[in-house]
Design a protein around this ligand. Structure first.
Ligand SMILES: Cc1cc2nc3c(=O)[nH]c(=O)nc-3n(C[C@H](O)[C@H](O)[C@H](O)COP(=O)(O)OP(=O)(O)OC[C@H]3O[C@@H](n4cnc5c(N)ncnc54)[C@H](O)[C@@H]3O)c2cc1C
Length: 404
């Protein structure tokens, strides 16, 4: 960043008027014969570029250079509940390995596992090709409590100095990553959809911005570590190898740092719900349906295929479907083997949450609907005609009825 500086000795009444007129945001104010910049300034620097030369100047903040060679490796936070590792961890390990290979053959990939009674579970991670799993196994880390977990991550980063830390955008990850970033006064990019790495170890973090209308490339070149969160099902997990590689290192740290104002009194387990992000088959409904009752055909089709129902945002807003079933930027990311979209236009915000699906079949009566740009098979037709026919044919195939 930087700041705008007005060279007051160069101001004349006509220059003041010129600068006031140039600013499209009304941020230049003529006051008591002088000129002031108010809070409406958007730092567009038009006053510098188009104003009289040298009157307004932009002074860049001095950026302190960091020694990037002191930070080495890509670390992945092992997301888990009671030692049961969340699969996003393996997806991130897969990505970390890809990124590390861009730096050198021996650029290390680490996993950091924080919890209690997890030493045995750490072994599983060695089947995915990490170089080292750092384990923080303490009774104080039994439940996810933000202060002790942050303290353990701080200890890990201070001692190991990874250049990058990848965290799953789960409930835990979304809570932990910002705290860790703040401890190191570094940046964090949430919900990255693409990650790349430059030769100098700068992480290129790509994610939708401005309501999904642009893909922003975010760099954090003057701070380490670089932190990014990635949602489940965005990256690909590597195959689990039969063999193990790498090693487990049990870390020790000052237990006083686990001090917390939070005390867990009781943990009540929620009923495990079927998540659309886990589904192999999805039938997704869009605004083509005129009322809630008409969605029965979508449920029937999903049932026949052994799949789950999902939808676009307008159906959530109408209160027809539970919000956990929304696909997209402000909903869930899905990567099923088959998704059938029914009367979905294919907005960027929806497509961002499903375009990595293995097979996309789309039904829309508008042949120009943008969903057909991502669909592998498109059916141009009315959902009220196509879906009943699909149901009938599937039932006939299953011997549940005769085709018409
Ligand atoms: C910041 C932001 C975040 C957002 N996040 C999300 C998100 O996560 N998920 C999401 O879904 N949206 C999201 N949206 C909303 C998004 O922009 C779209 O408005 C939404 O996806 C449109 O849903 P739709 O395709 O069901 O409806 P529409 O765009 O209205 O499309 C309906 C489609 O149905 C077709 N159709 C109509 N009748 C029939 C019929 N009888 N038979 C066959 N086809 C028919 C039409 O041709 C049309 O293509 C977001 C918007 C913003 C600004």
């Amino acid at each position: 960043m930087g700041k705008l500086v007005i060279n007051k000795e160069k101001l004349t009444p006509s220059i003041i008027k010129e600068l006031v007129d140039i600013c499209p945001f009304g941020a230049m104010e003529s006051k008591d014969g002088g000129l002031e910049i108010n809070a409406a300034c958007k730092m567009c620097k038009l006053c510098v570029k188009k104003g009289p030369k040298g009157v307004v100047e932009f002074i860049e903040d001095k950026v302190e250079e960091i020694d990037k060679s002191l930070w080495k490796g890509i670390a992945v936070y092992v997301d888990h509940v009671e030692g049961n590792i969340h699969p996003v961890t393996y997806e991130l390990i897969g990505k970390a390995k890809e990124l590390a290979a861009k730096i050198s053959d021996d650029y290390p990939v680490y996993a950091v596992f924080v919890g209690h009674n997890i030493k045995d579970k750490a072994q599983e991670i060695l089947h995915y090709g990490v170089d080292e799993v750092f384990v923080y196994d303490y009774e104080e880390l039994k439940d996810f409590i933000i202060e002790p977990y942050t303290a353990a991550m701080e200890d890990f980063i201070s001692k190991v100095k990874p250049s990058t830390l990848l965290v799953g955008a789960t409930t835990v990850g979304r809570s932990l990553a910002p705290r860790v970033a703040a401890r190191f006064k570094t940046g964090l990019t949430a919900d990255c959809t693409v990650l790349d790495m430059k030769k100098n170890t700068d992480l290129v973090q790509i994610r939708p911005a401005f309501g999904g209308n642009i893909m922003a490339q975010i760099l954090n070149p003057n701070h380490r570590p670089q932190l990014a969160t990635v949602r489940y099902k965005v990256m690909n997990a590597p195959e689990r190898s039969k063999d193990i590689s790498g090693k487990i290192t049990v870390q020790e740290m000052d237990r006083k740092k686990f001090k917390s104002g939070i005390k867990v009194l009781k943990v009540t387990k929620k009923e495990v719900e079927k998540e659309i992000s886990e589904a192999d088959i999805i039938v997704a409904a869009g605004r083509a349906f005129k009322n809630e009752k008409d969605l029965e055909m979508v449920y029937e089709l999903a049932d026949l295929l052994g799949g789950q129902v999902a939808c676009t945002r307008p159906l959530i807003e109408a209160g027809w479907i539970d919000s956990k079933r929304q696909i997209g930027l402000s909903g869930r990311t899905v990567k099923p083997k088959l998704i059938i979209t029914c009367g979905v236009s294919g907005s960027v915000q929806f497509v961002a949450g499903m375009n990595n699906s293995d097979l996309i079949i789309s039904i829309n009566k508008d042949p120009k609907a943008s969903i057909f740009n991502v669909a592998h098979y498109g059916i141009v037709g009315d959902v009220y005609e196509v879906i009943p026919k699909l149901i009938e044919n599937i039932k006939a195939k299953k011997g549940l009825c005769q085709p018409a």
